[in-house]
Design a protein around this ligand. Structure first.
Ligand code: GTR
Length: 386
């Protein structure tokens, strides 16, 4: 994987060299860039921000443009689908895409494969999504949060206290609502392949256990780059600070923020618990992860290969749910063993009441309302059966 270097070259903790990443991406096809056609992109103040390894997003896009020229000259051979993930190699989302790669290799006789850049080495989820919409990356596993800014239907599963259980979440995502959300990504140059579990998000901080919304008053809480998350935290009386996942640990250590919110697994995997040892189980959001493909790359697949890719993605969901359950248990055990003060929150209704206005603020279109109603009906149906 790592190319031979004559002089010291930039290498990050996941073992990839900048030069290797450039080579991989130079083989990717970015028709939009080469033709100067700009699809709708995610707004970002740092349009040319530098990623790990000293690469800029613009540099990556240009590298992709060079790849198109190689393809046009007929010199580029088959290459794996390039995929990004903000989590490290052993995280269930990365393992799920790896599992999908195994299915593709087997079922295509080695013609189709996936190469995963894990650990956020290609930049934040917002950065990699932008690259994917241009076709500079083929696949991208992200949370729904960074998609909130471009597609209003993705806000639905991130509504506070929408899902009553994992069963409710699965029944929703595996049916009409999930299909509608995945399909809504196509006008944004993305094919939604599948959803992965992400558990429930709860608050953690460096100051004190949170039992009531008032305990959060004035706390600086990191949120993903999504207006919905900003609104939820502000509704609780805290000070919301948007930043990418990769910046959270350092910001906690330096006291730039007091806390954040996430599931057991991210809290443990990012070592956030070391700097923020109070974890209060509000379980306020159950927004899933999503695996997307660039529309440009998708269109270049034959019909048979499209079927192989969709089917492998769907089957990776089943494997991922198992991996997820196990990994959550491991994370919980590690966190408790580290002496983190974990508390249940008895008065969840107080949090729910404060956050409820964001439903009306963000669910405004008839289609959003219809899908929210469907989601609630699924929950009621499940409840009446128990
Ligand atoms: C995690 C999720 C990541 C990222 C992260 C965050 O739960 O798996 O994709 O969205 O949360 O808070 O940024």
């Amino acid at each position: 994987m790592v190319g031979a270097c004559k002089r010291p070259c930039a290498k990050n903790d996941t073992g990839y060299h900048a030069s290797q990443i450039k080579r991989d991406l130079a083989q990717s096809t970015t028709r939009e860039v080469a033709h100067g056609r700009e699809g709708r992109v995610l707004s970002s103040p740092d349009t040319n921000s530098r990623m790990g390894n000293g690469l800029s997003r613009r540099g990556l896009l240009l590298a992709g443009g060079a790849g198109l020229m190689l393809t046009a000259c007929g010199k580029a051979g088959p290459r794996p689908l390039l995929s990004a993930d903000s989590h490290p190699r052993e995280y269930p989302t990365v393992r799920a895409v790896d599992y999908m790669a195994g299915l593709l290799r087997e079922e295509s006789g080695g013609r189709l494969d996936i190469k995963i850049y894990a650990g956020g080495q290609l930049g934040s989820e917002r950065d990699t999504l932008e690259i994917t919409t241009f076709g500079g990356l083929d696949l991208n596993r992200v949370n729904l949060a960074p998609l909130n800014a471009i597609e209003p239907l993705t806000l639905i599963p991130a509504l506070p206290f929408l899902f009553q259980s994992t069963e409710h979440l699965h029944a929703t995502l595996d049916g009409e609502v999930g299909e509608a959300i995945l399909a809504s990504l196509e006008p944004h140059n993305l094919i939604g392949l599948c959803f992965y579990d992400s558990g429930a998000r709860s608050f953690y901080n460096s100051r004190r256990p949170i039992l009531t919304p008032d305990d959060m008053h004035g706390m600086k809480i990191r949120v993903p780059n999504s207006d919905l998350y900003l609104a939820m935290i502000r509704a609780l009386g805290a000070d919301a600070t948007p930043m990418s996942l990769g910046e959270v640990y350092q910001s906690l250590v330096q006291g730039v923020i007091d806390g954040a919110e996430n599931n057991w697994t991210s809290y443990e995997s990012g070592r956030h618990f070391e700097a923020a040892p109070y974890y209060s189980l509000t379980r306020h959001v159950m927004a899933p992860e999503v695996l997307v493909m660039s529309l440009d790359r998708w269109r270049k697949l034959s019909d048979d290969d499209k079927t192989l890719v969709s089917s492998a993605a769907k089957r990776s969901v089943i494997a991922m749910r198992e991996m997820w359950r196990e990994r959550v248990e491991e994370a919980r055990t590690a966190i408790l063993a580290a002496g983190v003060e974990v508390n249940e929150v008895d008065d969840l209704a107080a949090f729910q009441a404060r956050m409820e206005p964001v439903w009306d603020e963000f669910i405004v279109s008839p289609r959003q309302k219809e899908l929210v109603e469907l989601t609630r009906a699924i929950g009621q149906n499940l409840e009446s059966r128990t």
